[in-house]
Design a protein around this ligand. Structure first.
Ligand code: PMP
Length: 790
């Protein structure tokens, strides 16, 4: 189009789109007024409306109202605006409308003639512009003082908009803009435009911020709105965000830059910046948890954005003398905040934000080990807090069957059964984090998780075991079983195996025969001899069980038998494998004596035994109580008692029971995810295969070292290895130390700790077995002083 234009064009402009000729921050805004806008709206979009101007920095925006009461914003872009960028903005708005339809972003109107959402128009001064029409959102600019909930709302909106844009791409998003806090170095030439008194302060900040591009390079990023500021957010009077407008700064940047832009804008206006920051970040992380590396740089990026604000304002005030008030409207708040940040070191600022985000613990947990042992001794200390190994391990990270220490060494975990699906399993961590960010309360309200967990556990049990009670530890589960048993039977005596372990509460400690002082047993507890092999390969049968139980019942005398408890794997006495007959007779004998039977699956359960999820099922018995714990939450404390309703009902006639944390939604989310992973990974079947391979390998080594290694026992993925204490070897504890030196973690069990206990996460495969056997081979080939055996 040539020649001067006095009004808007009618009909589509067929000539070229506007060509960016100068940088967008320098080119004056379009020279159009409301009459022009009114005519253009009618000509291009067929909308008749009254039009009034809105404030804008580099574009011209107008509010249009039709006689029907509809309202639109007419946006006339700066002629220096790249048409690709306008297309990108439109595409992004439409992307958000699809991916997050409930986010309040404006909807674009299409020109009736060709469905274009951006049309070329010419202004009276002959410059060409793109014009768009968008819907008006409810609400207004947030008022002062900021409403109480606004900070959290802003954080949440910023995160939700970032989430909604995650899959969005446009080639123009790669543009570099001066407002991106990472690009603060681009603005250094404008320090001279500042008041002389301010130059030194800003130069010091710029020096400090030099490293930002490097610090943010590898952080998560994608095309982001990058301007979720108080100018572009509409809110209701109570602070609820009702509109997110102006996608004009959209570009590819780090997510944390997008966050810092919003936060800097909030801090300019907030009464107390630290409270506002904490609320903003809480709102943000409800929708998008931040990575520790992101939390670390928030403070510096906020600072960078504030510096950018005052520098761009100084530079543009020189250029646009007619629009100084608008260009510099954020100066006052920015300077106030910059002055507050002046005295805070980068390290302190970073730590403050890490704390608010809840990521500072990650950094603390990874600090060096020096001093940690002393601090622990002084505040935990003594025999109440024993540590493994002569030189304790400072572990900082877990990953499947591997543990990493502070010095960076990786160890194969052959000991820990609690992380049954592997250390730090991401699915468990995510399930818990999501639930924790949604809701966590006790179990006195209806909640799906606890019900589903109970249903799934009961479905794995034999008929009759129909009722679950959720608690926080194996001890509590056994303790409750004991209370129910005494109530139900009216008896007061317990029978356990010798060298058993069942917990730490008074009743369960009494049932833990491996903790009794030599020669002492509580009056109300009797023991039977554990099913040690009678001779190589022969486990005691029903007759032995009957004889042993008869003596034990006799020992209880007038108290009578309330409950017999076994650890279904007899781990504490050295990992024993009872015959089916032996266990069946323990149960039958218990019933004949009027008692109830507890299968303690706290160690044995969750597929470790292979074949079945619960080891007692292998023996074909039906217990009255089953207790679960340890692996149940893969490291998160959750445990359960499963029993018959009739027993539970009898108990509640005289007593009540409520555990504050038992069965809370987060613990149950962990436990449900553990069950999912065990089922999907068919971990019990894998335990059978990998465990058999492990024991065969150890037996081969035992054959080569008959002076050091004796019997190898176990079922599924567990091995109890008898280690001889000879003049060459110092027994199982010595071997465990050597294994640690070789990068494998094991422990000991059995009377006198003479048994090496190998009880890894169930995610071991044959490769892990090979690593273990190699380390054991090396350990066995080493003399006590490091000399090789002949
Ligand atoms: N029963 C058995 C068989 C156990 O192995 C343990 C823990 N080692 C417990 C009960 C007690 O569980 P918690 O430590 O969770 O109280």
């Amino acid at each position: 189009m040539t020649g001067p234009q006095t009004g808007p064009q009618t009909g589509p402009v067929t000539g070229p789109a506007p060509q960016p000729s100068a940088t967008i921050l320098v080119e004056p805004a379009p020279a159009v007024d409301e009459d022009w806008a009114r005519d253009a709206l009618l000509a291009e979009f067929g909308i008749e409306a009254t039009v009034s101007p809105l404030v804008s920095e580099r574009d011209r925006n107008f509010l249009a109202r039709t006689a029907d009461g509809d309202a639109f914003v007419v946006k006339v872009s700066n002629s220096a605006e790249d048409p690709d960028v306008v297309t990108m903005e439109n595409d992004a708005m439409q992307h958000v409308a699809t991916t997050a339809p409930d986010l309040p972003v404006p909807r674009l109107l299409a020109r009736p003639s060709d469905q274009a959402t951006a049309v070329v128009v010419e202004a009276p001064d002959e410059r060409r512009h793109l014009m768009r029409v968008v819907t008006v959102l409810p609400g207004a600019s947030v008022a002062h003082p900021l409403p109480a909930r606004f900070a959290a709302e802003l954080g949440a909106s910023c995160a939700r908009l970032a989430n909604a844009l995650r899959g969005f791409f446009h080639p123009a998003a790669g543009r570099k803009i001066e407002w991106d806090p990472r690009r603060i170095a681009m603005l250094r030439p404008h320090v001279s435009a500042l008041h002389p008194e301010r130059r030194q302060q800003i130069t010091r900040f710029l020096d400090r911020l030099d490293g930002l591009p490097g610090l943010t390079e590898s952080l998560p990023g994608w095309p982001l709105h990058a301007d979720v500021t108080l100018s572009n957010v509409l809110a209701s009077p109570d602070g609820t965000v009702t509109g997110l407008i102006d996608f004009g700064d959209l570009h590819h940047t780090a997510r944390v830059c997008d966050l810092a832009i919003a936060l800097a804008s909030l801090l300019r206006e907030a009464e107390d910046p630290w409270t506002a920051s904490a609320e903003f970040l809480t709102g943000y992380q409800r929708h998008a948890p931040l990575e520790p590396a992101e939390a670390k740089v928030i403070g510096e990026l906020v600072l960078a954005r504030l510096v950018a604000t005052v520098l761009i304002s100084a530079w543009r005030s020189d250029l646009h003398t007619d629009n100084v008030a608008y260009v510099s409207e954020n100066d006052e708040g920015s300077w106030r905040m910059l002055d507050r940040l002046t005295g805070i070191s980068p390290e302190d600022l970073s730590l403050r934000f890490q704390r608010m985000c809840g990521t500072s613990r990650v950094a603390a947990a990874q600090r060096s080990s020096s001093g940690l042992l002393e601090r622990r001794r002084s505040r935990l200390g003594g025999r109440l807090s024993p540590l493994f190994y002569r030189e304790p391990l400072h572990v900082v990270r877990g990953d499947g069957p591997w543990l990493t220490t502070a010095d960076g060494r990786r160890y194969l975990d052959a000991y820990n059964n609690v992380p049954v699906v592997g250390h730090a399993h991401p699915a468990v961590a995510q399930a818990m984090a999501r639930q924790m960010a949604t809701l966590n309360v006790h179990s006195r309200y209806l909640h799906e998780n606890v019900v589903e967990l109970a249903e799934r556990i009961v479905a794995t049990m034999p008929p009759g075991l129909d009722t679950c009670v959720f608690v926080n530890s194996g001890s509590e589960a056994n303790d409750l079983a004991w209370r129910m048993a005494t109530e139900y039977t009216g008896h007061r005596g317990a029978i356990v195996s010798d060298w058993a372990y069942h917990g730490v509460t008074e009743p369960t400690a009494a049932m833990s025969s491996n903790t009794w002082p030599e020669g002492h047993r509580p009056d109300h507890v009797a023991t039977f001899a554990s099913p040690y092999a009678l001779a190589e390969g022969t486990a005691p049968g029903a007759a032995e069980a009957a004889a042993r139980m008869a003596v034990a019942v006799e020992d209880l005398g007038h108290r009578g038998l309330a409950m017999t408890a076994i650890d279904s794997m007899f781990v504490s006495p050295g990992v024993l494998e009872p015959s089916d007959d032996f266990v069946a007779e323990l149960v039958a004998h218990t019933r004949r004596a009027g008692g109830l039977f507890l299968a303690d699956e706290v160690q044995a359960g969750y597929g470790r035994g292979g074949t079945n999820l619960w080891r007692f099922a292998d023996f074909g018995v039906l217990p009255d109580f089953v207790t679960l714990g340890k692996p149940m939450g893969n490291g998160h404390p959750i445990a359960a008692l499963v029993t018959r309703r009739e027993i539970a009902d009898r108990f509640t006639q005289v007593d009540e029971y409520f555990s504050t944390f038992g069965g809370n939604p987060v613990s149950c989310a962990a436990a449900l995810t553990v069950l999912d992973i065990i089922e999907e990974g068919r971990l019990p079947a894998r335990a059978t295969e990998v465990g058999a391979h492990l024991r065969r390998g150890v037996e081969t080594l035992a054959d080569r070292h008959p002076d050091l290694v004796g019997e190898v026992r176990g079922h599924g993925l567990i091995a109890g290895i008898d280690v001889r204490d000879t003049e060459h070897s110092r027994g199982a504890a010595w071997l465990a130390e050597r294994m640690r030196e070789n990068g494998v973690l094991v422990s000991t069990t059995g009377r006198g700790d003479g048994v090496l206990k190998v009880r890894p996460p169930l995610v071991w495969d044959l490769g892990h077995v090979a690593v273990f056997l190699e380390a054991l081979d090396r350990a066995l080939n080493r003399g006590p002083e490091g000399a090789a055996y002949p």
